[in-house]
Design a binder for this molecule. Structure first.
Ligand code: HEM
Length: 255
């Protein structure tokens, strides 16, 4: 009886959730510690690092697939057809990649906002207070790589920039991806956009790969020199691997 009366008479104050005692209880029981960690800057950093690893794996796989261009049209078109033949599985991978990409960008945005909120003076720009990034350039290169990715999809996947690419087929009726890439990079301006974008991607990775180890708390004096070098090396390998294709087309090696 007393309990019922008590419950009936009890009303939560309007700002109950801001009361540390109340929000501690409700926070732990309704949001859960996991959700709290995800909302913290540590959670955002870990989300960035994990999605970063998955994106690097995709980029390396895509680069190796692209290098089949040097093995000729047969290898390239058979590989592209093999991917298309995955059917539903390909769509699962595409949607997975999109989700990973969105979480990566979303976490970056969240960290950027937290950083802005933590800034002591709104216009104190002389010293970067980015708590999570190796430097501001990673934000800029990330945004430019995002713009490149949008252009790249319109170019080679959706054919929005070159509708004629959709009509290219080889003698076996497969989409002639080899010819499409050679024709695409035959345009010097387009190759230029790709070459600059690959340098930006390399710079992004050279900062990002090193800092993802920090975000995951992998910090050991005997591995640190190796981790520091892993970033720049991965950036160089990826940039050179991708740049080889437009450069080879411009040089007439791939035709
Ligand atoms: C010289 C550099 C590159 C070349 C020649 C290239 C080539 C291609 C080609 C030919 C396709 C279409 C495949 C097909 O329809 O069978 C494609 C799709 C794609 N590329 Fe690239 N790519 C390059 C760089 C990149 C980079 C740096 C990224 C990521 C940052 C990237 C991300 C993608 C994505 C997400 C797709 C869509 C995959 C899908 O359709 O499921 N590419 N690329």
């Amino acid at each position: 009886m007393r309990l019922t009366a008590c419950a009936r008479n009890y009303t939560l104050p309007p700002d109950w959730s801001k009361n540390p005692k109340v929000s501690g209880f409700f926070g732990e029981h309704f949001m859960g510690r996991f959700a709290k960690v995800l909302q913290s800057s540590i959670g955002a950093k870990v989300a960035m690092a994990v999605t970063g690893i998955l994106l690097v794996l995709f980029i390396i796989a895509h680069m190796l697939g692209n290098l089949l261009m040097f093995a000729g049209p047969e290898a390239t078109n058979a590989y592209a057809k093999g991917l298309k033949d995955l059917g539903a599985l390909l769509w699962v991978a595409r949607i997975g990649l999109l989700v990973v990409f969105l979480v990566h960008i979303g976490s970056a945005l969240r960290l950027w906002r937290m950083n802005q909120a933590a800034r002591p003076q709104a216009y104190a720009v002389s010293e970067s207070t980015m708590v999570t990034y190796a430097g501001r350039s990673i934000v800029l290169t990330g945004l430019l790589v995002l713009a490149f990715a949008a252009y790249h999809l319109l170019h080679f996947t959706l054919f929005a920039t070159n509708p004629e690419f959709a009509q290219l087929h080889d003698a076996q009726g497969r989409h002639d991806v080899y010819r499409m890439v050679v024709l695409g990079f035959g345009n010097t301006a387009v190759s230029g956009v790709y070459l600059v974008s690959m340098i930006l991607l390399g710079l992004h990775l050279s900062h990002g790969v090193t800092s993802l180890f920090q975000s995951l708390g992998i910090n050991n004096p005997s591995y640190n020199p190796l981790i520091k070098r892993l970033g720049p090396w991965s950036g160089v390998i990826v940039a050179v691997g991708f740049m080889a294709i437009p450069l080879a087309v411009l040089a007439g090696v791939l035709k």
